[in-house]
Design a protein around this ligand. Sequence first.
Ligand SMILES: [Zn+2]
Length: 321
Amino acid sequence: MRKYIGCDLGGTNVRAAIVDVENGSIIHQMSIPTLARDGPEALMKRMAGLFLQIVEWAGMKKEDVGGVGIGVPGLLDLEKGETLFLPNLPGTWPHVPLADTITKHTGLPTVLLNDVRSITNGEWRFGAGRGVDTVVVFAVGTGIGGGLVINGQLHLGIAGTGGEVGHMTIDYNGPTCGCGNKGCLEAYASGPAIAAMGMKAVAQGLSTRIGEMSEYDLNRITPELIARAANAGDQIAQDIFERAGFYLGMAAANICVAIGPRRIIIGGGVSQVGDLLLNPIRRTLRERVSVMPIEQVEVLQSQLGKNAGVIGAARWAADTL
Ligand SMILES: [Zn+2]
């Protein structure tokens, strides 16, 4: 079985890994700083160099590699292998022929996939979604990304845009989101939204250990710190995760009635807090959903962590090239 290269193009780092796409194991991995200010041409050249180097460092030949899958943060033309809009990179990369350029420099066939759909694919094939045919992933971090697997297929929708679960409307009168809509889930349950609830509690002078633990420096309040306070028995910290889990549970309930998933996977940095966030999601689902067998839906923490994206992108390359 040939190996594939999976890549995660991030705003800060570009990670690449040689992946055994049969079992999802990483054989070798490397990362370089993105330095996106140098522009697409320079970055694509450095990415191509990274891919060739990782093959060499793994003691392999180019012929042993089936191709490259790149997880890209933004909108893509999947058929042309072009980027359309990458909001986090300078210049936003309109109509940049990323796949063809990598192929030109490396000789390796290359496909693109949205970065969070890559994570979804990785978790479904080799992580918490393994063995079932319908899965929802919520990646809870700075924002909330996601993806869907429906009836044994990674769901793409128009140009791979299906699965943006962080932008489901939770409150139609809610605050304006970065996407332009009002009341998106992301504004209620992302890492910054959870941290903001902690900051508010401290700023209001409420009696909570979040204050002491952050030494009353609001900038030090993170979801992890709030989780430590909650695990130490702090009621306000526990309530914050109850609320975030409730909102995630509302969004998950809407998806359950729409697609009847077997598993709901919570990933991203914030998912490290575990049951503190997962239990209120489970409870909300049981309270809200009665038109499908909600007791058969499992809510699980992601398993592949930061490797999900490169593993999922490599497997995507293997399945589509
Ligand atoms: Zn939004």
